[in-house]
Write a protein that binds this ligand. Structure first.
Ligand SMILES: CC(C)(COP(=O)(O)OP(=O)(O)OC[C@H]1O[C@@H](n2cnc3c(N)ncnc32)[C@H](O)[C@@H]1OP(=O)(O)O)[C@@H](O)C(=O)NCCC(=O)NCCS
Length: 177
């Protein structure tokens, strides 16, 4: 694997809207990864999750030597007390031009490290991945996520077929879970 050099990881800001929107458009061109199809990736969608992330979550971007955002990860807490220790709806996207070169693992590892060290009130991080995205599922397991079941026939594919969604969770190392 040729790793990507000169990548900076930093917290996302609202000024990243255009760069993150371009990234998600590029990633959504290939179906089977992100839940959203290309036409469902709108500036409004990106703006909404950036605001939620900045208000009550954690988000990082990976920036290349030209200043281009090549990866993004975010997750945020639901707005009610009983879920205030949870980060949910985690989404990660790596630009197709650098997928498979270590950027996803680097940004996700940094994300979990920051949760563990800078978010003491968070003990659980959640994501959901479709069953056919086997490489992504294996990747998340390698980071410490566990499968928590199977949401049968939850995902409708463009060809009309249905497949399961797999809920996964990660717990902070000192969590009593
Ligand atoms: C899944 C994804 C985040 C992984 O990031 P990446 O930078 O490509 O991955 P890395 O090079 O850091 O490799 C990490 C692992 O991801 C897996 N992986 C690599 N390329 C991948 C790809 N194109 N799609 C899915 N998984 C991939 C590999 O199993 C790898 O494991 P290894 O380190 O044991 O070889 C990225 O490929 C991506 O954004 N894919 C499209 C969108 C998507 O599927 N998002 C997740 C929705 S749940």
């Amino acid at each position: 694997m040729q790793r990507v050099s000169n990548i900076e990881l930093r917290p996302s800001t609202i000024d990243d809207l255009n760069g993150v929107y371009s990234l998600y458009c590029a990633v959504a061109e290939t179906p089977g990864g992100l839940a959203r199809l290309r036409f469902e990736v709108t500036r409004s969608y990106v703006e909404t999750f950036l605001h939620a992330t900045l208000a009550r979550g954690l988000g990082l971007v990976a920036v290349d030597e030209h200043g281009k955002i090549v990866a993004e990860i975010h997750s945020y807490s639901p707005e009610i007390f009983c879920f205030s220790h949870v980060l949910t709806d985690l989404t990660i996207a790596v630009h197709p031009s650098v997928q498979g070169r270590g950027v996803g693992r680097a940004i996700f590892t940094q994300f979990l490290s920051l949760v563990a060290t800078q978010r003491p009130h968070i003990s659980r991080v959640e994501l959901i991945a479709r069953e056919s995205n086997e490489r992504a599922l294996a990747f998340y397991e390698s980071l410490g996520f566990s499968r928590e079941g199977e949401l049968r026939d939850r995902v409708l594919n463009p060809d009309g077929s249905l497949e399961s969604d797999i809920p996964m969770a990660w717990f902070t190392p000192d969590s009593s879970q």
